[in-house]
Design a protein around this ligand. Sequence first.
Ligand SMILES: *Cc1c(COP(=O)(O)O)cnc(C)c1O
Length: 463
Amino acid sequence: MRQLLLDAAKRSIRYRESIGDRRVAPPADALEQLARLREPLPEQPSDPLKVLELLDQVGSPATVAITGGRYFGFVNGSSMPVAVASNWLTTAWGQNACLRIMSPSAAALEDVALQWVMQILRLPPTSGGAFVTGTSMASFASLAAARHAVLEAAGWDVENDGLFGAPPITVVIGAEAHSTLIRVLGQVGFGRARVVTVPVDRQGRMRADAFPKIKAPAIVCIQAGNVNTGAFDPAAEICARAHDGGAWVHVDGAFGLWAAAAPSRAHHLEGFELADSWATDAHKWVNVPYDCGIAVVRNAAALRAAMSVGAAYLPTGDEREPLHYTPDAGRRARAIDVWATLKTLGRSGMADLVERTCRHAARMAEALADAGYEILNEVVINQVLVAFGDEETTRRVIAGIQADGTCWCGGTVWQGRTAMRISVSSYATTAEDVERSVDAILRVAASVGRGSSGTKQHGPRQL
Ligand SMILES: *Cc1c(COP(=O)(O)O)cnc(C)c1O
């Protein structure tokens, strides 16, 4: 065992230390090697050291360098070294973070991490909370709690009697709600399409002046940090109107909520503290390893009512049992990675991480604008949208950048315009990474502009 775990540590360290020297997207030959893994289920055992060697030799080169400093795709965070280390140790512990008696350590650290998260995000300290796999499941848990509360107020017991025949719930979302939130609406029985959609402005913000008259039972979903522009819905106004109508307000704040950690950005969160539930990620801007999301619900009893289970062998005490607040039962102790990260960074370190990544995003936007390219959004946090000309040109520049390998950016269509999306979410991004990436982007854009073969290099065109 010792040799195996040391070998894993050595390989991991080598991987992370060399991440800045390699192409961000894996080269074509690394992808071809993956074919070696497609074999029939082995009949006989193998030497675990050989298994790990194969994993590293074939698997590592075909990864995307998300943990490095020049990956700007989607909104994917890196992972802080301390969180990787805590993840290793807690994986070795092998705890089931389901019940306090299964792991006193995991339960205690989860309590602390949850309190710290609520403090940093300025959410009510008596809220209930759950550590889940990501914002999708955090919204799932939150909206199940919302469903419980708004139907209980209407005299309906949704956990026992289901949604068939229940008083209909009005569900309001913005036209720019995240795709995964739409999926959750289907999962909790509200329907993906059975919603009232509020129009948005040029940044994707819900238009408060277009907010409909609603009456209970109702649930309103707002957003802190649009996945394209980074924009924030006008929370104070929407919460006031929604609460006037007796609605529950849920916030999808996968990354945007963490702007609260940075003094220069915290004003974007004004009014979001008035909501009733909040879903966020730790695996994006907080830079803990996948997978880690957090649900915070003002009415802890509603979350518990929606999630709790009963069995004769379960403990009955006053202490918080994670099991009763999450949609799952057996689960890893993911809260510990959040604890380790916040313990290491402190309030000021978390502020610095947010400030720094926002500054890098602003610098990239400035450099691309100076070169004559069009920035399509107000760069309010860490997200930049840039167009290099018409749709075809922008597409070719994105493919060219991905093939070039210096950095990685994805594409999107923003309000009818094809754009490249830059998200600076990694603790590892340095000013030098930013300049190197800007140089590469400008070089590729210039070669595409000249009509040369910017996209015809080796490597995958799309990932
Ligand atoms: C990433 C994201 C999600 C989904 O989060 P997961 O952790 O991938 O489930 C939801 N909403 C927004 C705004 C996001 O950026």
